[in-house]
Ligand binder design. Structure first.
Ligand code: ATP
Ligand code: MG
Length: 258
């Protein structure tokens, strides 16, 4: 019998210990190609550490991560990027002393894995970078230093640099943390645009309005474990999620849903 199509990502009993602390404590998870998954959970639940394990930034203490059916334990983050796994970080970052355009160019050239790393930018590289800036509404900031642009634009730039090489899976760590409601709306639109390309997206987010609107599946982590895996709507009525994470916010979410 033919093997079934492998999942885009699979975690088998993934763990990360720091001394006596089990920051990630045996996570089992299967993600289908094209899914958009939102991860919530209290501060210190292990969400970022979980991303670090998936993306190769931190070695696992136990268990296995498979990408398209292949074990990827020990593969460095930039190699995973070349293989189609991209991520952004909780701290809004970029090369602050370079311009917005130069940041995209750096990803165009150095992120492909096919070109010699460096700062030799050819016309097709520049044209590709300009097209991406246009897609993300950043053209007017092309020649501004990243350190000088607003947070919303820096967050957009992080996503833009991550998707330059059309990744198969994109991990976003708190993409809208710290943004105003109207800016969150802009980001929701951006996510819907990304989803149209068939990419798998996994994001961590405390902003429940964003998570409920964008995700088609929700996970909640607590003390290194998954305590919920189901529909986004279901988190607001789950007694465990309510007691360890949402508290009275759960009632407001239920009200909003009515
Ligand atoms: N390098 C490290 N050394 C020791 N402990 C760590 C390290 N990295 C993370 N931790 C601990 O692991 C736990 C999980 O941290 P993590 O940053 O993954 O949480 P989080 O769910 O992303 O929280 P937040 O919502 O605040 O971003 C915390 O107790 C944290 O202090
Ligand atoms: Mg975090």
């Amino acid at each position: 019998m033919k093997n079934p199509t492998p999942k885009i990502l699979e975690c088998r009993q993934v763990q990360r210990h720091y001394g006596a602390l089990a920051a990630v404590d045996g996570i089992d998870l299967k993600i289908e190609a094209g899914e958009t998954i939102g991860i919530g959970g209290p501060n210190g639940a292990g969400k970022t550490t979980f991303f670090d394990l998936i993306s190769g930034l931190t070695p696992v203490s136990g268990g296995q991560v498979l990408y398209q059916g292949l074990p990827i334990t020990g593969i460095l983050p930039h190699k995973l990027f070349h293989m189609g796994m991209a991520r952004t970080f909780q701290v809004t970052d970029g090369f602050a002393s370079l311009t917005v355009f130069q940041n995209i160019l750096a990803s165009v050239v150095n992120g492909s894995g096919k070109e010699r790393p460096g700062f030799l930018f050819k016309r097709p590289h520049r044209e590709k970078a300009m097209a991406i800036l246009d897609d993300y509404g950043l053209t007017h900031l092309a020649h501004d230093l990243v350190s000088d642009i607003p947070t919303l634009d820096r967050k957009k730039l992080m996503v833009a640099t991550a998707v330059v090489h059309d990744p198969k899976i994109l991990l976003l760590d708190e993409p809208v943390g710290g943004l105003a409601p109207s800016e969150i709306d802009e980001f929701i639109e951006l996510m819907f645009k990304l989803r149209k390309n068939g990419i798998s997206i996994v994001f961590i987010e405390h902003v429940m309005r964003f998570l409920m609107t964008v995700a088609d599946r929700a996970l909640i982590m607590h003390q290194g474990k998954l305590i919920y895996d189901g529909t986004p709507r279901g988190i607001a009525t789950d007694p465990t999620v309510k007691s360890v994470y949402l508290g009275s916010e759960a009632d407001a979410i239920v009200k909003d849903m009515q």
